[in-house]
Write a protein that binds this ligand. Structure first.
Ligand SMILES: *[C@@H]1O[C@H](CO)[C@@H](O)[C@H](O)[C@H]1NC(C)=O
Ligand SMILES: *[C@@H]1O[C@H](CO)[C@@H](O)[C@H](O)[C@H]1NC(C)=O
Ligand SMILES: *[C@@H]1O[C@H](CO)[C@@H](O)[C@H](O)[C@H]1NC(C)=O
Length: 236
């Protein structure tokens, strides 16, 4: 990151030198681009070929560079921005710079991958995305080629769990249940259906094993002898 900002500063400084005669203000490579060099470009968008970029999602661009000049170029940086479709000078977001240092000889080609993330807070609508490569010749002169400058669709990122949908389904189920309950109570009210009463659970009654012989256990017991004596006494 430090190296990238150093490069960015070097570029800004180089630009400031070239334009200082015209304007005495802070310069930025995205608003004050160096002249176009003899590099032809082409790009592919492997992850989003339809140019529908998710807000907060990583977008890859593979850029092919072809040096059509007579000297070697050192492709040092790629930078880009997201701009208002109504007014290009309105930089809504500046993407981070990427450093390369790829030297392309005359007639040679190279391909580089640039990655950027449209801000997650962007509202889903059209924007212009502009991506530019910056390179130097052997004398250190800066050049630029914008390889992408198009209207894109910023779309909502697909959520892993769609809570809104889950809430909606839950609400729908609740309404269905409420309707079913209302229909049931109404029908019961009309007397078409008898409400089912829950049967009260009674404690299980133990099975009786026949009359208990009380005399059985007292036989031979002193109590038995006492009773027999009493009975005979009463009979007398
Ligand atoms: C992006 O950079 C430009 C200069 O190129 C600057 O004017 C603008 O304020 C920056 N925008 C943001 C959102 O940082
Ligand atoms: C290409 O440029 C980068 C920075 O702009 C530099 O660090 C690197 O040494 C250069 N490569 C060559 C081969 O000159
Ligand atoms: C992108 O294109 C618009 C016009 O469509 C132009 O005004 C703007 O300067 C271009 N940006 C770059 C970085 O080339």
């Amino acid at each position: 990151m430090g190296r990238m900002s150093m490069l960015g500063l070097a570029l800004v400084a180089a630009l400031a030198c070239t334009v200082s005669t015209q304007e005495e203000q802070a310069q930025h490579p995205l608003t004050n681009m160096p002249p176009s060099g003899s590099v032809q470009t082409a790009f592919i968008l492997p992850s989003f070929p339809d140019k529908k970029f998710p807000a907060g999602g990583l977008v890859d661009v593979v850029v092919g560079l072809h040096n059509e000049g007579s000297e070697a170029y050192n492709v040092s940086l790629i930078a880009g921005s997201l701009n208002s479709p109504a007014d290009f000078s309105l930089h809504v977001q500046n993407f981070s710079m990427a450093a390369y240092g790829e030297v392309i000889g005359p007639g040679e080609e190279a391909s580089l991958t640039y990655k950027f993330v449209p801000d997650a807070r962007l509202s889903p609508r059209d924007f212009v995305v502009a991506l530019t490569s910056f390179y130097t010749d052997s004398k250190g002169q800066w050049y630029s080629t914008t390889f992408f400058n198009q209207t894109v669709d910023i779309v909502e990122q697909k959520k892993l769990v769609d809570w809104e949908l889950i809430m909606l389904v839950g609400l729908f189920a609740f309404i269905l249940l409420a309707l079913a309950y209302w229909a049931y109570t109404t029908v019961v009210g009309w007397g078409w259906v008898k409400p089912q009463k829950k049967r009260a659970k009674r404690a299980p009654v133990p099975k009786q094993q026949g009359p208990v012989d009380l005399d059985e256990w007292v036989k031979g017991h002193p109590y038995d002898q006492y009773m027999r004596k009493r009975n005979t006494a009463i009979k007398k």
